[in-house]
Design a protein around this ligand. Structure first.
Ligand code: GAL
Length: 655
């Protein structure tokens, strides 16, 4: 068992290079006093570690690490490759990425590199080795974070000469024969046939849309480059720093590379949780944006907790937790009092080993000077400091049984999101968004959910939902045939081959062996255009299905929307949320899964023997109906305050 698995703990992101040395020891002592036992250091510090090519200055970092160690803090060190210094960019100007319209993404902020540039890959290995050899066996170093937020600021896809050369190599290894590629992509269409791999360009700057198969392969290639970049660092870290956990801080709603794939080289998945920024920046309507402005959407953090638990094969952290207003969303309100505690406890209830705050102290300079920390720039505690202390006091609840078993498996695949982004067919159609909406509907019924890749083990779940999975991997159909669960597939599932074509037997392709239906036409519907049924409606997306099965739900005009054979169902459109609830409710009752109707804005999660309830509302909520009559609350009250958390021992028997 590693250090990480032994304890649930609080951490913080700290930048010794931002502060006078005389402050470090005091900061470390105050962290410990606050209940923080882990500190993350170094992810942007390359210019201070190596001020000039080959000249290293370790003195400050030696001293900082020593200060933390003496204070009793565990250290997560980072490779500093998200911020290559100026001297390096000047020495290798072509290491920067090029955007889709051909413009360079210059030095002056961060993430200014192209994953395909061989010179930068060498530099990444060199600096990783230097840091790992210096500190890899230090007793205080318990883990490593590779780089920082791969993909942040739209940096996975690079349209550079280095990317082009590497893409051609990747294609020639994958297809071997150019005719095989022409056939796979359907290049006979519009005379797009190539005579050799060297003729292939990146799929940008075309007159109209590029061939979707070409774009999909470019996205697969780009994802693989991120994985390879990360793997090279991991190999060095494993060698020079044995026994330490390797992690990376993934992001919210960022899908540009396959996290399941990359995480094969990690021990722990971590992610950066900024609930207020995410609500403001993503697809939510104005009502939600107002209602949850200071709390964040009640399902967004949980969605990522459940996703990253799967990405980390059970082990995951929150590496950066929002402590107050951020600086990067369109509007940046302050969290409601209590929310920092709620977000932290909710993460632990979903199985996080660590919740680490970003950042210790607000920086008075540069890009993020408007971003709150646990301390104000004048070193006085900011609002969140108190809530961190309260969270630390509640950690004992997570000390014992840490199982986070879920009743429902939700299948999410990164490639599905690439495919719907490449070919939305209706404005804004997104596989990720469909997954989120189904997840949210299941959570409103009080269900615990694991978000898993298609390759995951599925036995043991009683409900399996596949919201949108255009390509069905070979093994999945057999796996789904064998499970004892009730299963539902959503629109566009099975609609494509791996080469981005329509399956020869029409959608849902291989799924037809589980459910005899054929999707013969699809329609996307503009906002406001709805297809009515008796007590439900379909909007945004509708599929015309041919089948001898009598539909379980049909539109007024008789066309089927929900088809079922045995324990498998197919939903051929986007139905209103109430109808989605009804379908899930029915499925749950067929397999004996109990549901708990959540009051609006209230959510629940089981952790070991504890049942937690979280009130994401700005006003109090009664949770009486959720509590067994004789339950004694360990945390919180039956009338749960705004941003309140309650917990009781739940023996699993519904009363
Ligand atoms: C994260 C990033 C941090 C910091 C933070 C601000 O995306 O990893 O370095 O920029 O956002 O919210």
């Amino acid at each position: 068992m590693t250090f990480a698995e032994k304890t649930r703990r609080l951490g913080v992101c700290y930048y010794p290079e931002h502060w006078p040395r005389e402050w470090w020891a005091d900061d470390a002592a105050r962290m410990i006093a606050m209940g923080i036992t882990q500190v993350r250091v170094g992810e942007f510090a390359w210019s201070r570690i190596e001020p000039e090519s080959g000249r290293f200055d370790w003195t400050w970092l030696d001293e900082a690490i020593d200060v933390f160690d003496r204070a009793g803090l565990a250290i997560v060190l980072c490779t500093p490759t998200a911020t290559p210094p100026k001297w390096l960019v000047d020495a290798m100007p072509d290491m920067i990425a090029i955007d889709a319209v051909g413009k360079p993404r210059r030095f002056g902020s961060r993430r200014h590199y192209c994953f395909s540039h061989e010179g930068y890959r060498r530099e990444s290995r060199r600096i990783t080795r230097a840091v790992a050899e210096r500190y890899g066996r230090h007793r205080a170093v318990v883990a490593w974070q590779t780089d920082n937020e791969y993909g942040c600021h739209d940096t996975v896809l690079s349209w550079s000469p280095a990317a082009l050369a590497a893409f051609r190599r990747w294609l020639s290894e994958r297809y071997v024969d150019i005719d095989a590629l022409n056939a796979a992509w359907g290049n006979v269409f519009w005379s797009m046939e190539y005579r050799s791999f060297d003729e292939i360009d990146l799929p940008n700057l075309t007159v109209t849309e590029a061939n979707p198969a070409h774009v999909l392969d470019f996205r697969r290639f780009s994802s693989w480059q991120v994985k390879e970049f990360n793997r090279e660092q991991c190999l060095i870290l494993r060698e020079s720093s044995p026994g330490r956990d390797l992690t990376h801080n993934f992001m919210g709603f960022v899908t540009d590379f396959d996290h399941h794939d990359l995480a094969e080289d990690l021990d722990v998945a971590a992610w950066d949780s900024y609930p207020l920024g995410f609500l403001e920046q993503f697809w939510f309507g104005d009502d939600d944006k107002h209602r949850y402005a200071r709390q964040g959407h009640p399902d967004v953090s949980a969605f990522h907790h459940d996703l990253y638990r799967g990405v980390g094969r059970g082990r995951w952290w929150v590496m950066e937790q929002q402590p107050g207003p951020v600086n990067w969303a369109r509007y940046n309100p302050a969290p409601l009092p209590g929310m920092v505690r709620l977000w932290s406890l909710e993460a632990f209830a979903h199985g996080a080993e660590v919740v680490s705050y970003f950042r210790w102290r607000q920086a008075p300079f540069a890009q993020e000077q408007m971003h709150a920390g646990l301390l104000r720039p004048d070193r006085v505690d900011d609002v969140a400091a108190l809530e961190v202390r309260e969270t630390a006091a509640a950690l004992s609840h997570f000390a014992v049984d840490s199982s986070t078993t879920a009743e429902v498996a939700l299948i999410f695949d990164y490639q599905a999101e690439w495919m719907t982004a490449i070919q939305p067919q209706g404005a804004g159609f997104s596989a990720l968004r469909v997954c989120f909406e189904w997840y949210s509907a299941l959570r409103q019924l009080g269900l615990d959910i694991d978000i898993l890749p298609p390759a995951a083990e599925l036995s043991g779940y009683r409900m399996i939902v596949v919201p949108c999975l255009p390509v069905i991997p070979d093994t999945l159909v057999d796996k789904l045939r064998a499970v004892e669960a009730t299963v539902i597939y959503g629109p566009r599932t099975g609609s494509k081959t791996g080469q981005f074509s329509i399956p020869h037997n029409l959608p849902p392709g291989e799924l037809q062996s589980l459910l005899p239906i054929k999707v013969v036409r699809v329609e996307s519907l503009r906002e406001g255009l709805v297809e009515p049924g008796a007590d439900f409606s379909v909007s945004r997306w509708f599929e015309h299905v041919e089948s001898a099965l009598p539909p379980e739900l049909r539109l007024h005009d008789g066309r089927g929307v929900l088809f079922r054979q045995g324990s498998h169902r197919y939903l051929a459109g986007m139905v209103d949320p109430g109808t989605l609830h009804k379908i899930f409710r029915q499925m749950a009752s067929e397999v004996g899964v109990g549901i708990r109707d959540m009051p609006e804005g209230v959510r629940t999660r089981r952790f070991g023997k504890l049942r937690f309830v979280f009130n994401h509302c700005a006003e109090s909520r009664s949770i009486d109906a959720l509590l067994p009559k004789d339950a004694a609350l360990l945390v919180g009250m039956r009338e749960l305050d705004a941003a309140g958390v309650a917990a009781w021992i739940d023996d699993g028997i519904r009363k």
